[in-house]
Design a protein around this ligand. Structure first.
Ligand code: HEM
Length: 407
């Protein structure tokens, strides 16, 4: 037996996901010191150190976890949720992934998103104008949720008035991609998946017969011309974009505003110099991210720290842990809006699956924040939100704020 395999006889530490969820930043900091890898359940591992997490995403010995394995490993019962996860291009590889991603990548390029900056700002301005004055309200529901939902509706060509309908169902469905499937909530998740599937399917079918000047019409026309995937699969891909673009940015935006309001010097600094806003957005997504880990599947044996992972298991790359690793960021537990950030922010992943909506998400948060400091600079934080969960899409708790009467 060679040296590596001898060392590999060490088994990874098994960590109870419920314990990890109690205070993930503190647990990761403690675990990272002695463990590059932990085990969360049967065939499910998590890499914690920056030196392993980032290379894992592009390591040729890993692939994106396939939808069918994702569903099987998490024990998701058959139905609309399972069909969506088996089919969405996030969980596909190679040509199958490329051809589906291209459908959207060429419709969401950075340049087009930049051209939408003014529209995003006017949507955000209208939402800020509509916020209550002189009384407490939940910032997550009244603002952070509304900007991304309104924008994704606008981009696809869905009625903006429908945003609350589909967004509330997206929030029900999003926990389906948590590291441990919440089987106790399956009925709620499944109902949301069925309703969203019907909602998107109806809109796409409508564009088939009465095309308009919107992205849904152009998607359905490309689909009709190529017929490479089934109509149901087209619905799944659009649904995936709606899920990806709604929940992640809602939580990230609320956390950004909360982190700044908790630090009056930073809040004053961005008011005095709005050029600090993009750095504040990046720093908030590093400090308490709305996506905590990225799943991969081992196609060959893989060494992580002093443990060799077998072929055919799921390994979650904990970007959340890596972004607090002192090996990657100096003084990582300090929130610093002037910090030098890497060109590729780890929160958006890396490799062929790197987030397709990064520019949109950044602009929504930047313009949302700019709208808020312009029209409601005196907003006060009454109850800070908490980001819950430690992997995949994390959830945010309500955030009570109050804007003075005459702002
Ligand atoms: C703060 C906001 C966001 C964060 C933190 C985030 C994070 C991520 C990450 C980490 C991935 C890579 C997953 C992997 O490699 O397995 C990803 C992929 C993806 N994101 Fe985002 N995302 C955000 C916003 C958005 C928005 C606004 C959209 C909608 C346009 C979107 C749509 C997608 C899609 C469709 C994919 C799959 C890409 C592929 O598999 O090729 N995301 N996102």
């Amino acid at each position: 037996m060679n040296q590596t395999r001898h060392i590999a006889a060490r088994a990874p530490l098994i960590v109870d996901p419920a314990t990890l969820a109690e205070d993930p930043h503190a647990s990761f900091a403690e675990l990272r010191k002695n463990h590059a890898l932990i085990q969360l359940g049967e065939g499910q591992y998590m890499a914690l150190r920056a030196e392993n997490v980032l290379p894992l995403l592009t390591d040729p010995r890993t692939t994106q976890i396939k939808g069918k394995d994702y569903v099987r490993l998490r024990g998701i019962p058959d139905g609309a949720t399972a069909r969506l996860l088996r089919d969405f291009f996030l969980f596909a590889n190679g040509d199958e992934h490329r051809s589906r991603r291209t459908l959207f990548a060429r419709r969401l390029p950075h340049g087009t998103m930049r051209d939408m900056q003014t529209e995003i700002r006017s949507v955000a301005d209208a939402i800020v104008a509509d916020l209550p004055r002189g009384t407490s309200f939940d910032f997550v529901a009244r603002m952070a949720a509304r900007v991304p939902a309104a924008m994704i509706a606008g981009i696809l060509g869905l009625p903006r008035a429908d945003a609350p309908y589909f967004a509330s169902r997206v929030y029900e469905l999003a926990p389906a991609v948590a590291p441990i499937y919440p089987i106790e909530d399956h009925q709620r998740i499944e109902e949301a998946a069925v309703q969203l599937f019907d909602y998107v399917g109806d809109h796409l079918a409508d564009r088939l017969v009465s095309p308009r000047d919107d992205m849904l019409s152009s998607l359905v026309a490309s689909w009709q011309a190529s017929q490479e995937i089934s109509f149901d699969s087209l619905v799944h891909q659009v649904l995936g974009i709606i899920i990806g673009g709604t929940d992640t940015t809602r939580a990230a935006f609320a956390m950004l505003v909360a982190l700044l309001l908790e630090r009056p010097d930073d809040w004053a600094a961005i008011q005095a110099d709005p050029a600090l806003i993009p750095g504040a957005v990046s720093e908030a997504m590093r400090f308490d991210p709305s996506v905590g880990s990225i799943p991969r599947f081992t196609e060959a044996e893989l060494e992580i720290g002093d443990i060799i992972l077998p072929t055919g298991v799921a390994v979650l790359a904990s970007t959340m842990s890596a972004m607090r690793d002192p090996a990657l960021y100096e003084d990582p537990d300090r929130f610093d809006i002037r910090r030098d950030q890497p060109r590729l922010h780890p929160v958006f992943g890396n490799g062929p699956h790197r987030c397709i909506g990064e520019m949109l998400a950044r602009l929504e948060m930047q313009e949302g924040l700019a709208a808020l400091i312009a029209a409601a600079p005196g907003i006060e934080l009454e109850t800070a939100p908490r980001m819950t969960g430690f992997g995949s899409i994390r959830q945010i708790t309500p955030m009570q704020v109050c804007i003075p009467e005459f702002q």
